[in-house]
Design a protein around this ligand. Structure first.
Ligand code: PLP
Length: 334
């Protein structure tokens, strides 16, 4: 099977860049959902913890349980709240409050304009009363921005809405409630970060999806994708490769199959617009379930060393390229 290399030095470089914005390591809540954006949940949790990060964010309790030992708090974005010393549960709806276990630590997510998850601003009083009535422990207040990565004033009206929400919660007398609204894009474009914690994902993994006018902080890719040679052969001019014979050899040439395919989460793509690997080799013909063919006889090739470049070729974003990579692919630490 193909394998993934994780570059610790680059990861720590990115985290140091983030610390320049937050002012301290304690303010980073590293987002580890979806197998740490494809990098490997436990491996990245361990590295983050060794760096001095105290807070993490995942989607479900099962993920939190795997990395419990590494952090002081783990925010779970979408699962039923249970009482646990370290686990904080996101309240996305009024029903979430009713379903939560008594005493559970919860963080209230308020919809300030993205209209994806979170209770509405009109429901705020109701939600705060219900949290008290159900004996839940409110430890956080959060929102999410829909356009932090766009060059527009979009971010600002949502921040205004959040300011109104914060004021209301403060006036309701809740204490020890941590406040957070920033993702990577919001943090990278901000000049003065004042919140309690930042939920940072993509920037830690090495990508800045902001327009170039914003902070040109240089981040470095943490993940690279490699494949091993399976078999080689010499094609004569005119012979064709793989399903449908979509690629025809224009001259006598040596080709090899490598052990990566769409079954590993690699994009099947369009053989008419071949993907060019990081080693500058076009994928010849169709991608199979477990194999690609390249004009090479090297034992090992690098398919991706920059997920943003790969995403451009594939018509998607770095997030999707990385999270699609199957969790059984071996992650090797450099
Ligand atoms: C995924 C996620 C983040 C992290 O976003 P990045 O763009 O990767 O920094 C932050 N907050 C929430 C609620 C998320 O779901």
């Amino acid at each position: 099977m193909a394998f993934i290399k994780i570059n610790r030095e680059n990861f720590y470089h990115n985290l140091n860049q983030i610390v320049l914005k937050t002012g301290s390591r304690e303010k980073i809540a590293i987002v580890l959902k979806d197998n740490a954006y494809g990098h490997g949940l436990v491996l990245i949790a361990k590295l983050a913890s060794e760096f001095g990060i105290k807070h993490a964010v995942v989607r479900r309790t099962a993920e939190a349980k795997q990395i419990e030992a590494f952090f002081d708090t783990i925010l779970i974005l979408g699962d039923n709240s249970i009482t646990h010393e370290k686990f904080h549960y996101t309240i996305n709806t009024l029903e979430d409050i009713v379903q939560a276990q008594k005493g559970a630590k919860v963080e209230l997510k308020v919809d300030t304009g993205m209209h994806r998850n979170g209770i509405s601003m009109q429901e705020l009083d109701k939600a705060l009363n219900a949290i008290v009535a159900h004996d839940l422990n409110l430890v956080g207040l959060m929102t999410h921005y829909r356009s932090a990565d766009e060059l527009s004033s979009e971010l600002f009206w949502q921040q205004k809405n959040f300011a109104w929400v914060k004021e209301k919660v403060k006036n309701a007398g809740f204490e020890n409630v941590r406040i957070h609204s920033y993702n990577s894009a919001a943090l990278l474009r901000s000049k003065d970060f004042t919140e309690d914690v930042v939920r940072v994902g993509i920037a830690a993994y090495g990508y800045n999806e902001l327009p170039t006018i914003f902070d040109k902080r240089v981040l470095k890719p943490v993940l690279s994708l490699h494949a091993n040679r399976v078999s080689s052969r010499v094609l004569k001019k005119g012979e064709r490769v793989g399903y449908g014979g979509d690629y025809m050899a224009t001259q006598n040439m040596t080709v090899s199959t490598y052990d990566l395919g769409y079954g590993d989460g690699w994009c099947r793509g369009d053989s008419g617009k071949p993907f060019i690997t990081a080693d500058k080799l076009p994928i010849l013909g169709r991608v199979s379930m477990d194999f690609i063919t390249l004009a090479s006889d090297k034992e090992e090739v690098c398919v991706v060393n920059d997920a943003q470049d790969a995403a451009k070729q594939l018509g998607t974003i770095s997030y999707e390229v990385m999270t699609a990579l199957h969790k059984d692919i071996k992650r090797v630490l450099l």
